[in-house]
Design a protein around this ligand. Structure first.
Ligand SMILES: C[S@@+](CC[C@H](N)C(=O)[O-])C[C@H]1O[C@@H](n2cnc3c(N)ncnc32)[C@H](O)[C@@H]1O
Length: 217
């Protein structure tokens, strides 16, 4: 589907919002759904892994995993405001030379990027209309595991999706929230050779960890 998604997403996340998320991360650590991704990745017992964090926001996943699990990280993000804060925090932690930052829609640049051991998408598929294309590209880049969070398919989130998107349309803002069908996201990843090995739920978010079938992890 042709889409100026990167531009739409870039405009959706303001510098103020990104700064406030970084302040909150410095004070309280990763958000609860991010903690589920971190626990899932740590459970794989990897060392010196390469991480590809798609839509990493302020970079909480690589800030944390570069401490003991990952050797290097690539952070591809459509939102420049988030990348600015993520870079600042990486520098503060002395990780600048271990993180590559790319401002792009991942699906546009995927072909130019190498594979990684771990691929993460924390609250990303719900910002992107074509989840099949995004997940196929993510799966094609993972050698071991993919961990993602997305909003649960519940009645209260279906209502929220409609209300949020109604107000977005009223404000003439083209950014939309997407409650993608979980079974279809699962099918995409299974077709790409991954199996789900863990599923955890919070009130809003669900976290799924996939491992490459027959992989060495
Ligand atoms: C709600 S934010 C989540 C940020 C961070 N992962 C977190 O959980 O705090 C969604 C992020 O996904 C990014 N994003 C969405 N679709 C993307 C795509 N196709 N390629 C790159 N980044 C994308 C947005 O730019 C934004 O940074």
């Amino acid at each position: 589907m042709p889409c100026n998604c990167c531009e739409i997403t870039d405009n959706a996340f303001s510098e103020e919002e990104a700064r406030s998320e970084l302040r909150s991360y410095r004070k309280r650590g990763p958000m609860n759904q991010t903690k589920l991704i971190l626990e899932a990745i740590r459970s794989l017992d990897l060392k010196n892994a390469d991480l590809l964090d798609i839509g990493g926001g302020i970079g909480a996943i690589h800030h944390e995993l570069l401490q003991e699990v990952a050797r290097e990280a690539t952070h591809v993000d459509a939102a420049s405001a988030y990348l600015k804060e993520a870079k600042e925090e990486a520098a503060r932690r002395g990780h600048s030379d271990r993180v590559r930052f790319i401002h792009a829609d991942f699906t546009d640049v995927a072909n130019e990027l190498p594979k990684a051991d771990i691929v993460t998408l924390d609250r990303v598929v719900c910002c992107y209309p074509d989840f099949r294309r995004l997940l196929q590209a993510a799966a094609a880049h993972s050698q071991c595991a993919i961990a993602l969070t997305y909003p649960r398919e519940t009645w209260y989130l279906r209502i929220s999706e409609r209300v949020i998107n109604f107000f977005q349309a009223l404000r003439k803002d083209p950014f939309r929230m997407f409650l993608h069908p979980v079974a279809e996201m699962d099918s995409v990843l299974r077709r790409e050779g991954f199996e789900r090995v863990s599923l955890r739920r919070l009130f809003i978010w669900e976290m799924a960890l996939y491992r490459k079938s027959g992989g060495a992890v």
